[in-house]
Design a protein around this ligand. Structure first.
Ligand code: ADP
Length: 391
């Protein structure tokens, strides 16, 4: 058994899971919230459940709480710590054992992921002080997309400006797209190198990825996780003139950033971002909720079409993450009436899809449509384990 402590540190939260890198089973998991704020708390579930309400002033204290909970619960010491890091920039394109130089490289990517990389850095420092004797590995959301060809990677803007500001498509959710692609290959009994896939990761953040032979060849998120699909609170693709229009009307950069990252997407269209509530409202005839999910599905269909043409042939389309795994309406709106493109959607299988990997295309369909639960923590545990085992 190779237990890896998988860590996802945000600016005021710390999620952790003690994951068996062979099976994905959780020996324990927990979350510390409101770090450095009033009302901090930790929830832990291992062989016993614990709730801690205490002052937790910083991430160092949060890790100490997490570690103590695992020790009190009799959990063994992990063999490595695997850190989820959102942005690895141009250089960090593989899981990497963390040292000072790697920390500096992650810090250099902060301007590209100001909401995410600072939390990861604080998490890495704090975990290092609690677990100084085992290797720490960084696994990057951007890494899987390092294989994108230049035609997909580059924006059509002045080359010097792009270079000076490291502006190019990086893409995110790479750990998830890579994981579900591997799951699809296993399910279909095919070698990943023989498969063309379109992966649709639809959570609060959402992205599409075109995968040829196990490698990302295009993805919908860009230099930041704002581009592409309609998300919970993010606009995805817009006319780039919109920020300039608002700027001319007196909006500053922060206000535009708040609009596009926090008050747009499903929330902008209908006032809330939770697809469960939106589905209920839409089913009851609420027009703005109907519009929100129609706009989301229309954008998805557009990307599915675009990526099918980029790939030339699609063997399978994968739906994953909260909405992809649990929302039959969205899957149907994206895939219905596409027989002309080899997609025979099975509405009954879609409506009745249970848990685990599900096929929701008809048996004769040229393109297989799959629902595949993602498990980024398991993927991070596997990649961390593989790296330190080879060391
Ligand atoms: P995150 O990006 O925060 O990890 P998730 O993958 O949990 O997001 O997806 C969140 C979205 O998935 C929300 O819109 C939520 O309504 C939807 N969702 C999650 N679980 C379910 C479920 N069991 N049934 C329907 N919708 C769900």
């Amino acid at each position: 058994m190779g237990l890896v402590l998988v860590v996802n540190a945000g600016s005021s939260s710390l999620k952790f899971a003690l994951v068996d890198a062979m099976t994905g089973q959780r020996a324990a998991e927990g979350v510390v919230e409101r770090i450095g704020e009033t009302g901090s708390s930790a929830h832990y579930a291992g062989s016993q459940e614990r709730q801690v309400e205490d002052s937790i002033p910083d991430h160092g204290a949060a890790f100490a709480v997490a570690r103590d909970l695992m020790i009190e619960d009799g959990q063994p010491q992990p063999i490595a710590v695997g850190h989820r890091v959102v942005h690895g920039g141009d250089e960090l394109t593989q899981p990497t054992v963390i040292d000072e130089a790697v920390v500096a490289q992650i810090a250099a990517c902060v301007p590209l992921a100001p909401l995410h990389n600072p939390g990861a850095l604080v998490g890495i420092a704090a975990a290092g002080s609690q677990y100084p004797d085992i290797p720490h590995v960084a696994v990057f959301d951007t890494a899987f997309h390092a294989t994108m060809p230049a035609a997909a990677r580059e924006y059509a803007i002045d080359r010097k400006v792009a270079r000076d500001f490291s502006i190019r498509r990086y893409g995110f959710h790479g750990t998830s797209h890579q994981y579900v692609a591997a799951q699809a290959a296993e399910y279909l009994g095919k070698d990943p190198s023989d498969l063309n896939l379109v992966s649709l990761h639809l959570g609060n953040g959402a992205s599409a990825c075109a995968i040829r032979g196990g490698r990302s060849v295009d993805t919908s998120m860009g230099v930041t996780p704002l581009e592409g699909l309609v998300m919970g609170t993010r606009s995805g693709d817009i006319d780039p003139s919109i920020p300039m229009m608002l700027h001319s009307a007196g909006w500053d950069a922060q206000s535009v950033d708040n609009l596009l990252n926090r008050d747009s997407g499903l929330k902008g269209l209908c006032g809330e971002n939770d697809m469960r509530q939106i589905s209920e409202r839409a089913a009851a005839g609420d027009e703005s909720a109907e519009l929100a999910r129609e706009v989301m599905a229309h954008r998805l269909r557009k990307y599915l079409g675009a990526y099918s043409f980029i790939l030339g042939r699609v063997d399978a389309v994968i739906f994953t993450a909260g909405i992809g795994e649990h929302n039959p309406w969205v899957r149907s709106a994206v895939c219905r009436d596409l027989q002309g493109f080899g997609i025979e959607f099975d509405e009954a299988a879609n409506a009745n899809a249970g848990s685990g990997i599900q096929r929701i295309s008809a048996p004769g369909s040229l393109v297989t449509i799959l629902v595949i639960p993602t498990d980024e923590e398991y993927a991070i545990a596997q990649q961390s384990y593989d790296l330190v085992r080879d060391d």
